[in-house]
Design a protein around this ligand. Structure first.
Ligand code: V47
Ligand code: SF4
Length: 388
C-alpha cells in the first residue's frame, strides 16, 4: 500500500511537496500555504494528508453523542442574508416562541433516557433576555443536574449582555452560575469584514465573537467554532477565519471542535448563489484538518451535509459526526438540506459509521468516552430500546 510519504514524494508541484513535508513533520503551515492548498491541492492529495493527520490523532475513532436540540425561537432582530429560518419581530406571528415551561417539557421528554447533552440555540428575540435564559438554565439543571447544557451562540450572548448592560465577563459568569456548561460554535460565519458586511452586517463582529469565546474559556468552559463556507467568500477569507481561531486557541486551548458549515441556498436572500460541489466540500474539511492543528476535533454536522456526504468526510479529516440530534433542529431543513427530519437513533448512527469501516465511539460533550461500539452488533442494537 502506498503511504503518505510516498504520495508527498511523488508530487511534482514544489509548493505542495514542501507543504506536505511540513505536515508529515507535524510543523504548522502558514497563511499562504493554507491558501495554496485550496488553490492547487487535488482532492486525493488533500485527502491523503488530512486522513493521515486524522489517523495520527484519533486512529479510526469517530465520535458522536446522544443529544437533543431546543430552538427557543426563530424570531430574530437580525437579518443575515443566508438565513432561511428567522422571522423578523414585526412578522413574529409566522415564527415560534417557546415559553420556559414548553422548553422544560422538551427536557422532560428525555427523562430516563441516556441522553448526555442539550444544545440550545435560536434566533435573537428582543423579549427573551438574560434573566429569561438564566431562569431556563436553572430550571433545566434543577430537573436534570447531569445534563450538559451547551447553549447560545456569541450572537445571542452579545445581544443579551448588551441589553442587560453587563460586560461579557459579568454576563457569562451569571449564565455559568445558572447552569451553562459550554458554548456551541455558531454565529462565526466569516470573520473578515469584507464578507461579514455583506452577509450579516448587523450582528456581533469578529472581535466580539472571539472575546465571548475567550471569556468563556477563561472561566473554565469549553466551546466550539464554526465557519460558514461556500457562498461569496474567497479561499483566503476562509484561511483568515481559521487563522484567527487558531491564534485564540494557542492562547486559551478552550476550543474542542471546529465545524465547517456548508452554505445551503434555499429560501434565503442568497438563493442566487450556487451551492458548492461535494469535491469542494471534501477539500474544505481536508484543509481544515491540516490548518487547525491545535483543534483536537473536526466535526461534520450530518443534518447539514446529508448522511452519505457525512460518511465521506470521515476520509477527509473528520472524526466527529455530532449526535443523534432529535426533535427540532430546523435551521438546515429550512435552508434546503436533504435531511428534512434530522434525527438518527444511536443504532442508525453507529451503523452509518461502521458502514465506512470506522470505529464508532459515543462521547460526552467534552469528549470523555462513554462507549466504544467497535464490537457491538448492529442487529442487537436495533432491537434494544436503549439504542432506538
Ligand atoms: O451560525 C444558518 C449556520 C449556524 C445557514 O457547536 C447556515 O456543536 C448553512 O452553529 N446554510 C448555527 N448554514 C448552527 C451551529 C451549530 C450546528 C451544529 C453544531 C454546533 C456545535 C453548532 O448555522 C449559524 C450559521 O452559520 N446557518 N443558515 C444556511 N442557509
Ligand atoms: Fe438571526 Fe442567527 Fe438567522 Fe442571523 S443566522 S438571522 S442571527 S437566527
Amino acid at each position: 500500500m502506498i503511504n503518505v510519504q510516498q504520495i508527498v514524494n511523488a508530487t511534482t508541484d514544489s509548493d505542495l511537496k514542501r507543504i506536505g513535508e511540513k505536515i508529515i513533520a507535524r510543523e504548522r503551515i502558514n497563511f499562504d500555504e493554507g491558501v495554496m492548498l485550496f488553490e492547487k491541492g487535488s482532492l486525493s492529495y488533500l485527502g491523503a494528508l488530512a486522513n493521515w493527520v486524522r489517523e495520527q490523532m484519533h486512529g479510526s475513532k469517530t465520535y458522536f453523542n446522544r443529544n437533543f436540540h431546543i430552538e427557543p425561537t426563530n424570531v430574530c432582530v437580525f437579518s443575515c442574508a443566508f438565513c432561511a429560518y428567522s422571522r423578523l419581530y414585526a412578522h413574529r406571528e409566522e415564527g415560534w416562541e417557546l415559553s420556559i415551561e414548553q422548553m422544560l417539557d422538551k427536557v422532560k421528554k428525555y427523562d430516563g433516557k441516556p441522553i448526555t447533552e442539550v444544545h440550545i440555540v435560536g434566533g435573537v428575540h428582543p423579549k427573551m433576555n438574560l434573566d429569561f435564559f438564566a431562569e431556563l438554565l436553572q430550571k433545566i439543571k434543577a430537573h436534570r443536574p447531569d445534563l450538559h447544557v451547551k447553549a447560545f451562540t456569541a450572537v445571542e450572548f452579545d445581544y443579551m449582555f448588551r441589553k442587560a448592560k453587563l460586560t461579557v465577563e459579568e454576563g457569562m459568569k451569571k449564565l455559568k452560575a445558572a447552569g451553562l456548561d459550554s458554548l456551541p460554535g455558531g454565529g462565526a460565519e466569516i470573520f473578515h469584514p469584507e464578507i461579514r458586511q455583506q452577509i450579516c452586517a448587523d450582528k456581533v463582529d469578529a472581535d466580539g465573537w472571539l472575546l465571548i469565546h475567550k471569556t468563556a474559556h477563561q472561566l473554565g468552559m469549553h466551546s466550539n467554532a464554526t465557519l460558514l463556507y461556500g457562498h461569496i467568500e474567497k479561499y483566503w477569507h476562509r484561511i483568515d477565519h481559521m487563522e484567527r481561531l487558531r491564534n485564540l486557541q494557542d492562547e486559551t486551548h478552550g476550543f474542542n471542535t471546529f465545524i465547517p458549515l456548508k452554505f445551503r441556498n434555499k429560501d434565503n436572500d442568497m438563493s442566487h448563489v450556487p451551492e458548492t460541489s461535494v469535491v469542494e466540500d471534501m477539500k474544505m474539511y481536508a484543509v481544515s484538518r491540516l490548518y487547525m492543528d491545535n483543534f483536537p476535533h473536526l466535526k461534520a454536522y450530518w443534518p447539514m451535509l446529508g448522511r452519505q456526504n457525512s460518511q465521506l468526510t470521515l476520509s477527509f479529516g473528520v472524526n466527529d459526526l455530532d449526535g443523534t440530534i432529535d426533535d427540532s433542529t430546523k435551521i438546515y431543513s429550512m435552508a434546503g438540506s436533504e435531511e428534512q427530519s434530522p434525527t438518527l437513533s444511536t443504532a442508525q448512527l453507529v451503523s452509518l459509521i461502521k458502514q465506512v469501516r470506522r470505529e464508532p465511539v459515543e462521547r460526552d460533550t467534552l469528549y470523555n468516552e462513554i462507549k466504544n461500539y467497535k464490537d457491538t452488533d448492529i442487529a442487537e442494537m436495533e432491537v434494544n430500546p436503549l439504542y432506538n
